[in-house]
Design a protein around this ligand. Structure first.
Ligand code: NDP
Length: 322
């Protein structure tokens, strides 16, 4: 089978398409014939080595497809089931072995492309808006990179819960996309000072929460956008990692809270996974959550997908097709 492998971490040329042996499912595992692969920022961190992996490895952590066969003791899924998953390694491939407990059966109305577009980013937006900082009606929140994959979904979920949503974007086209998702106040943070804009729009009161996936270039100002006892959910680092931070600044800034959440800790067991994925897939099936797919590329063009994502050229989700 074909797979995108990394032998030595580095730039886009680290991604090589190769023929490797089709894996066999062991006890508790299923072999999935992949139809659509979700591209995520974490794939870039694995490719560059920022998040170290043992080499060589097959890239990718999100896909959807059809169960081909199962190992001993599997009762969660059966051959022929349409399924999706997130956070299991080896997704940039034609086939992948996945623990059956990580597979989510798909509702009839959700295609495998939509499922691969929504599992990781949709569950992320779900836990951020409902568990990390549970949004209530009347809250004021800021979503950075609001036209991004997580950004567009988080914006819709925050609006659904009755928040006033501020969002940052880099271009006019992305501003339009963010407005389409329901953003109340769009800020072009490459041209405008987002801290000043937030202060002005809230009459100096500040925000209940900031969801910051951009990291290095936004972090300090994000803190200064918060009202007393506000929450900064730092969930990514698209512009680079945040340097060491003096915790005393949280006191001076208004008894602020910072958390650095990751999806793995918000899908701790199968019940939590099925509940979170079930909400998200159900909203997609009923047309209550709009999923923006920026484009679909052949698996062999994985390097181009990375170039687009790192180059801030996408709005919504990138999909690879085996
Ligand atoms: P996005 O679609 O949001 O793409 C990243 C966006 O970040 C860009 O489009 C760009 O938007 C913005 N950005 C700002 N500065 C930079 C920069 N220097 N280089 C590149 N992009 C920049 O990606 P995802 O939705 O896939 O992921 C967003 C972030 O969330 C990532 O950091 C990812 O690792 C993290 N994440 C964390 C999870 C968790 O559980 N903790 C789970 C899923 C994702 P613009 O052009 O508008 O500035």
């Amino acid at each position: 089978m074909k797979a995108i492998r990394v032998h030595q971490t580095g730039g886009w040329d680290a991604l090589q398409i190769e023929d490797i042996a089709t894996p066999e499912p062991g006890a508790g595992e299923a072999l999935v014939r992949i139809e659509a692969i979700g591209v995520n920022f974490i794939d870039i961190y694995h490719r560059t080595g920022l998040y170290p992996q043992k080499t060589p490895f097959t890239l990718g952590r999100e896909a959807a497809g059809v169960v081909d066969s199962v190992g001993d003791g599997v009762n969660e899924v059966r051959p022929g089931d349409r399924v999706a998953y997130a956070l299991t390694p080896g997704a940039y491939a034609e086939m992948a072995v996945v623990p059956a407990s990580k597979l989510v059966p798909l509702p009839d109305g959700v295609s495998t492309s939509l499922a691969a577009a929504i599992m990781l980013q949709g569950m992320t937006a779900h836990y951020l808006s409902r568990a990390t900082f549970p949004i209530e009606a009347g809250h004021r929140v800021l979503v950075h990179a609001a036209a991004g994959g997580v950004g567009l979904l988080l914006t819709q979920m925050a609006k659904r819960r009755g928040a006033q949503v501020f969002g940052t974007v880099s271009t006019q086209a992305k501003a339009e996309a963010a407005k389409g998702a329901g953003i109340d106040v769009v800020i072009r943070y490459t041209e405008q000072d987002f801290e000043a804009e937030v202060r002005e729009a809230t009459s100096g009161e500040g925000l209940h929460a900031v969801y910051d996936s951009v990291g290095q270039t936004t972090f300090e100002k994000s803190l200064r956008c918060l009202r007393p006892r506000g929450v900064l959910a730092l969930f990514g680092q698209s512009s680079g990692p945040v340097p060491a931070f003096d915790l005393a600044k949280l006191g001076a800034g208004g008894s602020l809270f910072i958390t650095r959440p990751t999806l793995a800790h918000y899908m701790l067991d199968r019940d939590e996974l099925l509940e979170r994925a079930g909400d998200v897939l159900g909203w997609v099936e009923r047309g209550e959550l709009d999923v923006a797919i920026d484009r679909e590329l052949p698996l062999a063009e994985a390097a181009e997908a990375h170039r687009l994502l790192e180059g801030r050229k996408t709005s919504g989700k990138l999909i690879l097709k085996p």
